[in-house]
Design a protein around this ligand. Structure first.
Ligand code: PLP
Ligand code: ZN
Length: 429
């Protein structure tokens, strides 16, 4: 595998200014390299992540600065790998989505401790992916890439297309050919190139890795491959927002969907950074991972007590989570075990039930991934793994309008003629 990508204007090792980001550091062996479009350690092939220099921050000053910032992810710019003037550049300005106090859902599920839904369907392209793409876009600009690309299960393709359109870059993105129409249209409408690959996500991802090593991919920033260390940091903003919206407090429990597992690992990183910075009190929190039964490699490994994740061939309606060989799977297992959480899965039928439950109780229409987290939350309460007397946050990471097929059975209550007799006959009066 090629670990370095030639970029047009900034070769690896050329210094770029990305705020507090100091270097790339290997998650496995700690080896450090300068910031650049690299994603795997040259010593051990472990994944690289961003290392920061946060030493300059005084907690009270930082909190005041964040609170005075814009109502989007850039309020956290001092904690992200972005240039100082990021808020003034054309981008989609995602984030600061609603943390819904879900009292009706809490009653249905037997919660007494405060249940919240972090509703990330409120982002510009209606999924949490706008957060990660916004970080990758800044890295792409810093390294001089002119084409933005990705391998995607659907939502990422739309987020990349939209971000590239706003920023005036070319985009060319790759998806499995058989995705939901809502995802395909949402990815195509921004005018970039959208390529369907005959295969599943894991095939798409493998293809993109090949393209990166080929001259055909020169000058391309793949947000979730060669820009992955930067991309991944976008998920930390979910952790920051949840804590700030809870009054600078950690939740006791959080339920996070797992596709590659990146989001879950970075939510944990975000919580730990807030503790280290003195922005929240250092209290224990539990992180729970949620998968669909038809693609549950991490859940299966968790239940079997394994440290390695055995790949699966996905078959589920939760296509945004259908990654059979999740890159961050082993780290998710570590985090679930270290924090006292768990990883659980639900059937497609339970996903649909949970989508309807959330819509009926809270007026939030989730995509299938939200059905997975709400369904898993219900299952974990029933099994006793999740304590309903504690403050709990459940993520909804996408919008139900993109996965209408999942709830295709819902529709008209009745069809009547436009007169009162007909209304009465239908038993509606
Ligand atoms: C991509 C995605 C996720 C999580 O992705 P990770 O690869 O685990 O970071 C969750 N929900 C939705 C809707 C997504 O599109
Ligand atoms: Zn290493």
């Amino acid at each position: 595998m090629s670990v370095q990508t030639p970029a047009p204007s900034a070769a690896p090792g050329t210094s770029v200014d990305l705020g507090p980001a100091a270097a790339l550091s290997c998650r496995e062996c700690g080896h450090r390299v300068p910031l650049g479009p690299v994603f795997a350690c040259e010593e051990c092939f472990g994944p690289l992540e961003i290392a920061y220099d946060f030493s300059a921050h005084d907690a009270e000053e930082l909190r005041a600065r964040i609170e005075a910032g814009p109502a989007n992810i850039w309020r956290y710019a001092p904690l992200l790998p972005v240039p100082a003037d990021v808020a003034t550049k054309p981008n989609l300005n995602p984030g600061w989505t609603e943390l819904v106090r879900a009292d009706n859902l809490a009653r249905e599920l037997g919660f007494t401790g405060g249940l919240f839904v972090k509703d990330d369907s409120g982002n510009p392209t209606h999924s949490f992916k706008d957060r990660v793409v916004a970080q990758a876009l800044e890295a792409a600009r810093a390294f001089g890439f002119t084409t933005l690309s990705c391998s995607s299960t659907g939502n990422l393709a739309g987020a990349v297309g939209a971000a590239a359109a706003r920023a005036g870059l070319r985009s060319c993105v790759f998806i499995p050919h058989d995705l939901e129409q809502g995802k395909v249209v949402m990815a195509a409408v921004y005018g970039g190139e959208l390529i369907g690959i005959e295969g599943n996500y894991d095939d798409v991802n493998r293809f993109c890795s090949e393209l990166i090593g080929d001259p055909a991919g020169e000058g391309w920033g793949f947000v979730n491959v060669n820009l992955r260390p930067y991309y991944a940091e976008g998920s930390k903003t979910l952790a920051y927002e949840i804590c700030e919206q809870l009054g600078w407090r950690l939740p006791d429990q959080i339920v996070v969907p797992i596709a590659s597992g990146s989001q879950l690992t970075k939510i944990d990183k975000g919580f730990r950074e807030l503790i280290r910075l003195g922005l929240v009190e250092d209290r224990p929190y539990k992180i729970f991972g949620a998968q669909a039964e038809g693609c549950s490699p991490v859940s299966a490994a968790f239940k079997a007590g394994h440290d390695v994740v055995r790949p699966q061939k996905p078959d589920t309606i939760a296509k945004s989570l259908a990654i059979g060989n999740p890159a961050d799977g082993p780290y998710v297992l570590d985090i679930a075990r270290r924090t006292g959480g768990a990883v659980e899965d639900v059937t497609d039928e339970q996903i649909v039930d949970a989508i309807k439950l959330l819509a009926r109780t809270e007026g939030v229409f989730a995509e299938t991934a939200g059905g997975v987290t709400v369904g898993v939350t219900r299952k974990l309460v029933e099994s006793g793994a999740l304590d309903p007397s504690l403050t709990t946050v459940v993520l909804n990471t996408g919008d139900g309008l993109k996965t209408l097929d999942a709830v295709a059975g819902t529709g008209l209550t009745a069809t009547i003629r436009p007169n009162l007799d007909s209304f009465r006959e239908a038993g509606l009066a």
